[in-house]
Design a protein around this ligand. Sequence first.
Ligand code: GUN
Length: 748
Amino acid sequence: MVAWKEGARPDPKPCRPQDRSRFEITQRDGRARLGRLHTDHGVLETPALLPVVNPNIRTIEPREMWDRYGIGALITNSYIIWKHEDLKEQAQANGVHELLNFPGVIMTDSGTFQSYIYGDVEVGIDEIVSFQRSIGVDIATMLDVFSRPDMTMDEVEHAVRETEKRAAQSVVATADTMLNGPIQGGVFRELRTLSAQLMGPHGFSVHPIGGIVPVMEQQRYKEYAKIMLSTIPYLPPERPVHMFGCGHPMLFPMSIALGADLFDSAAYAIFARDGRLLTPWGTERIDELVDWPMLMPCVATVSPEDVRKMETLAREQLLAKFNLEVTLSELARCKQAVREGKIWQLAEQRSHLHPALREAFLWLSTPPKLGPDISNELLFTEREAAMDTDKDRGMWEDAWDWLVWSQHTPRTGGVMWGGDDTFVRPHIQQARRLLHTRWVAPPQTRSVLVFHGIKGPFRSRLNDRFIWLQHHCPDVQVLMLTPIGLVPISLEDSNPFAHLDAPSWVLNHRPEGPWFERELARLGLGDLPYATVNAQGDGVRLRMETALASLKHKGESEVMNDLEKDMASKADNELNMRQAQDKMIVMLNVDATVAASSTHGMSFLINRQGRVRNVMDAQGDHILSPRLYDGGISLTNAGASLIAKARSSPLPTRMEGCEWRGTAGFGPAAVIVEGDAEPFVRKGRNVFHGFISACDGWLAPGEACLIYNQAGELLGHGISQCTSDEMAGFQKGVAVKTRGGFPSEEEV
Ligand code: GUN
């Protein structure tokens, strides 16, 4: 193994005093987040694994964890230190960092877990937090009351309420030390939510979800997912969430996708003791191995056989390193997936590796309200079975909304088809939801023509047909059938609908049956006559004409000739106009009448490929630019002020909670900034958390928003980096990436 040298990695720098205990998000993918937690022993990058270090038995030296493995934080047990006189003396004299020889962040637990294992502990509530403070820990833990999955509802409620009763005094006793406020609640949805709601108002820095160790040990991963979903949406979003005792890499992708930021693990050491290896798909025993399940750096030059022959202690240490390396590598994989917007896809892939995980994932990824109604018939055999035992599925609607509402859409990059699961990925559900709640067909629509059988982008393949239809049949609404739903032709190039990377047979979903009819109804077209056209191969025009004839456009065929150049160019322009209008409606949440008036007299700058590069209003001002890579649109300053003028509802005066329902047509959300931020926004600089006084409730990450001062003047526009509830809570990090600012009158 490569030698390691103490001091190979410099010691951390303390954070700025004013940032202490603040958490900021640097990247996100739905509810998954990459963050930075500011402490006196460095800024901890999250998601992070905190290895459990027993001060009496150090299987891997903490210093090695820092220097060799780049571990930024560990967790140890203050109760063990408090109980052992020699450790206690050393810790009180020199601090816990010196005791453990670890320069990074040290979190301590309180003894609650010992009470779960061994019965009561004899330490007092204030005493244990004051002790943690006295030994200089970065993040202490209050003495919570452990709730086991086998407890009755009354017993668990007692644990929840007793934990909360101790919260205020624990916060006072820890003074300025950061404090963990554990959430209990056993396997009761209501009690988990209650615990989150009771603990949130206290001055904690981190919220661990407690009482989950037995749930994980019994591999009740569906319960684990339910615990997460009944807790995290109800916690202050600006505080990191820690999964207490969760260190098995198998659970990382799903946990991170649901908003977990911190993990701790004794598993790497405990499993090593009896020859077990952690992997992302479960646990393996070294006794049976010829080759390593994953070739990690620490075993690159030795075989399992060599390791079996080693002395007990050396073998245990090497296997602990193997386990730690696997765990860290899965964590790195998850972080990269968040950066790429693929954490849900990773959780989906990993769910196939273990039946209990698969069951959890199926439960998790089935939208509660609509149930089997949401998708095509193929999808529901497996999912229905997973739902069978869950009669209260409808109760999870808010949690599902919380998950979907945070998804960024449209996104960059192809959508990898992964079987039926693809359809229920939250970002795909969000794209569908925006389409179904915001889009409206033009009033003149009399019938519907659906093209199917080919991949997007559709206009480049069928442009002549669409132009011809626009000219001859402007009252026919053209739709494209994609495996993830029906989309109007005006959104034909938008992600995810146009960007599905799937085998060709997936595209051959037949445009008929109950799902197809429901899809038409979701677009408000359920009562109109429709016809379908297979767009594969030759003869599309003939099939299209036959379909139109069935829609009673009969007899018109004599006059439906090929188009003259100027007619074609006029129809092409009308298609561009519809596209700009519909994208304003769906992607900027603009009302259909506002979109129609803004696009009246519009003109286009066309690129060499014949696609629209810039959209100009009637005065010739550049208002929008379509984005080729995701089918989205970008606002310019002129576009932002045009849309701002159309706002009829009053600007928000306080932080509104999530209100995405019923806000279709209300326009891009408004963000009101404080006076200090105004000059920066006017210069086009980003808006930071801590400088915002109000925002609309429907603000969502990745969506355009308009930035105002408190007097209601438009200062700029940008892309929101968070939801409205996060806007209210965070004190650090970028809230809006500003795309354009309006200089003040003096500056102009
Ligand atoms: N370690 C694992 N689970 C728990 C818990 O519920 N509370 C505390 N304090 N520590 C834990």
